[in-house]
Every structure is written in structure tokens, then in C-alpha cells.
Ligand binder design. Sequence first.
Ligand code: SF4
Length: 219
Amino acid sequence: MIVYATHKGGRYLPMEESLKEQPEGRRGLYVNLTNRCNCACTFCLRQMKKMAEQSSLWLKREPTVEEVEAELDGVPWEYVKEVVFCGFGEPTERLEALIALLRYVKGMHPDIPTRVNTNGLGELEHGRVFASEFAGILDTVSISLNASNAARYLALTRAKFGEKSYEAMLAFAQHCKPYVPNVVLTIVDKVEGPDEIEKCRKICADRGLTLRVRAYEDS
Ligand code: SF4
């Protein structure tokens, strides 16, 4: 499934079914570009391969930009409150497609906010700083902070770049600040205890970044 809405119980529904279940009101429209990711988080559904392949979000083939645009063209936009690039893998793995589609959405629907949920390792992956390319097309970047230090972060994410991943993720958040109105770092409440969450608050405060503590089921 390329575009979808989320519903209670961790369910992902095509817009048509979402509207049957909830005929009124606006909702987030999620865009799923890839299954690929440079992390292997211990808590990620992708780790359970069988379950992952059975998920409606598992893409047998990555859609082209044109295919995603065609899906977006068919959406009843009066019911959309935000467009979120998220899905099953890491959206910045397809950086060019992501930027092209953010531009497409903003061009067609300038009043609808856009968001990218990311692990923040895209600049490491691509070997360049690209945050400025989000200017004018991205309203919120939500970056998984996960932990208060590099060792804990690596133990949880098993990022392929090793311990330098943590600093690179924080640097990416700071690179985004001049170009993206809302830069939010997130941590999951049930994965980390209160002490760890407090340390994360301090790291964010010291760097002028916003921390959001997410409920586990939002993940
Ligand atoms: S970064 Fe996200 S998609 Fe990648 S393994 Fe971790 S939770 Fe899963």
C-alpha cells in the first residue's frame, strides 16, 4: 500500500476504507516509499520478517515518483489534514523521490502541512548535507532520538554506520532548523525509563531542539 491512513489498533487502511470507518473529519495521509532502512531497530516490526512481509505496508516493489503522484491525485483531499512520509522503511533512503514528492504535494496543496518521519541518518547515508533542500516544502521533520547517548542508541537501532550515527542524527536535526519550521526529536515512552527521558530532554534543550515523548503504539 503506497498511501494510507492510520486507525486505532495499529491498523493501516486505504483512504477509501478509512472514510467508511470514519466518514467525517480530516486525517493524516501517510506515504510509504520504501521497505529499506539503514537501521535494524530492536523494536521495529521490520525485524520480524514474516510479519513484515504480511503487512499491508510491505512493498513488493518500490513505486516510482509518477506512481505515487497518481495515487495522490486520487485522494479526496478535503479529508486530509497532513501528509506524512513514513511507512515501513526510512523515507530518506529514497531522497530524490522524497524531495520530488514533497514538492509535488506542496505545489498541488500548499495549505496542507507536510511531515517526514525519519531516523535522521540520511545525511550519513548520502554523504552530504541536504537539509536546505527541504526549504519551503517541508513543515515538520520528526527524528527518532531513541536514546541519550551513542552506545545506547546503537544498541537499540543497530545502525549500519556504528557509533557515529548518534552525533550525525543530532547534527541533521540542527541542519534542518533554518529550513524546516518544526524540528521534533522523539523518544518512545515504554522503551526508555524516566531517567533516560530526562537526559534526552536536556540534550534537546541544550541544542534548542524539541523533544516529544511518544506512546509506544504510535511508533
Ligand atoms: S529506523 Fe525506523 S524503519 Fe528503520 S529499523 Fe528503526 S524503526 Fe524500523
